[in-house]
Design a protein. Structure first.
Ligand SMILES: [Fe+2]
Length: 391
């Protein structure tokens, strides 16, 4: 059945190619400036990736006004303010973010005050606070997970209050996303697997969420196919640039999908253990994905049945129920395989979550902003059963 109404828009230009991160200067001409400030983190800098990209930009006539490498694991308010201050002080006219989700979100967050001045929290918290475009933002992802290079959201950590602040706006969408698998080559197996499972979770949740549409369905299915066919290959052999490329594309498609139809209870539970036990986001999603699918089973089993063959399962002759179960089975099989490669933990007890925290996780999942998009109402006592299964 078609939705009564939906809309779809993606303002970000996406370019893909092996080695493209060192050869995209000509793409910056249409952004109206050649003065850029670079945002990255210490790991990416130490790997030498920042220098490679910067040298290529300089030789292409781009002026780099300054750099900031101190983005922490979760982009913090302090670092966002510092990026904005330095970019303004050095008279940059645009930002280039080179890194994973935190680096990208830090650059997105900084772009509010870098472009318009004011106070990040007081003036721009929440959704749709902007009425005009921000300064040009170019993003080169070094992980294949968040899809943040094509989403309208930025998550910034409020260290003082131990909460994650969500900013979302059409104008936060980057102008240009440069997808180059070479930039993701140095990700270790654990990070490859966990960020890839985050992307898979985006695709599955966007596919079954209450705001899904034919457009997001198409993107989600394509994303799931790319990720399922390549996550093990990319984890086993980081130099497999075909697999790395497919993971980047899969994560990007999933990002565009969930930017429109949002995530659901798996992310709700993952956010909860991210806050309570500091479990990294991708690992948290990997642990909860099959359990969240079980929670939503009755509401979206027709959709799960359609996903099973995309996940490589044979459903010929099966009932809808049995075909849908195959999709959950495929996810469990995949996480078990990644676990055997020592790339993923499987259970909550393995990541520092204690049994007495399970009810808290259930309650936090209900309160999480994602619960309103989940196909089944998120009720603490009911989802607790599945959280216990994940323990
Ligand atoms: Fe996520």
């Amino acid at each position: 059945m078609l939705p009564e109404f939906y809309q779809f828009q993606n303002r970000t230009k996406v370019i893909y190619g092996q080695g493209l991160a060192l050869d995209f200067t000509h793409e910056l001409e249409e952004l109206g400036t050649n003065k850029f400030f670079i945002v990255s983190d210490r790991i990416i800098e130490k790997l030498g990736l920042v220098k490679q990209v910067k040298d290529a930009l300089l030789s292409g006539g781009i002026e780099i006004t300054g750099e900031f490498f101190d983005v922490p694991q979760d982009a913090s308010i302090t670092c966002v303010k510092e990026i904005s201050r330095l970019a303004t002080e050095t008279k940059a006219k645009g930002l280039i973010a080179l890194g994973g989700g935190s680096v990208i979100d830090a650059a997105k967050g900084a772009n509010f005050t870098f472009t318009l001045g004011g106070d990040l929290i007081e003036d721009y918290s929440g959704a749709a606070t902007l009425t005009q475009p921000l300064n040009p933002l170019v993003v080169i992802p070094t992980t294949a997970g968040t899809g943040s290079e094509c989403t309208l959201a930025a998550i910034i950590y409020d260290v003082e209050n131990k909460t994650k602040l969500a900013f979302s706006d059409q104008f936060l969408l980057p102008n240009l996303a440069v997808l180059d698998p070479v930039m993701t080559r140095s990700m270790p197996p654990g990070l490859t697997a966990s960020t890839g499972m985050d992307a898979l979770t985006h695709a599955v949740e966007a596919y079954v969420g209450i705001d899904s549409s034919p457009h997001t369905d198409a993107l989600s299915v394509a994303a799931i196919e790319h990720i399922f066919n390549n996550i093990v290959r990319a984890t086993e052999n980081g130099d497999d640039l075909e697999a790395r490329g497919s993971m980047l594309i899969g994560a990007n498609l999933a990002g565009i999908a969930f930017s429109h139809s949002m995530c659901g209870c798996v992310h709700g539970m993952a956010h909860a253990i991210g806050g309570l036990a500091r479990v990294p986001h991708g690992i948290a999603n990997a642990i909860f994905l099959s359990h969240g699918m079980e929670y939503n089973f009755e509401q979206v089993k027709e959709k799960f049945a359609r996903l099973a063959p995309v996940m490589g399962e044979d459903i010929s002759g099966l009932s809808i129920d049995n075909a849908a179960q195959k999709a959950i089975f495929a996810v469990k099989k995949l996480t078990a395989r990644l676990n055997r490669l020592d790339a993923l933990p499987l259970r909550l007890r393995d990541v520092g979550v204690s049994e007495d925290q399970l009810l808290k996780i259930a309650k936090a999942a209900v309160e999480d902003g994602t619960s309103i998009y989940n196909p089944r109402e998120v009720v603490a006592e009911e989802i607790l059963v599945h959280i216990k299964n994940a323990y």
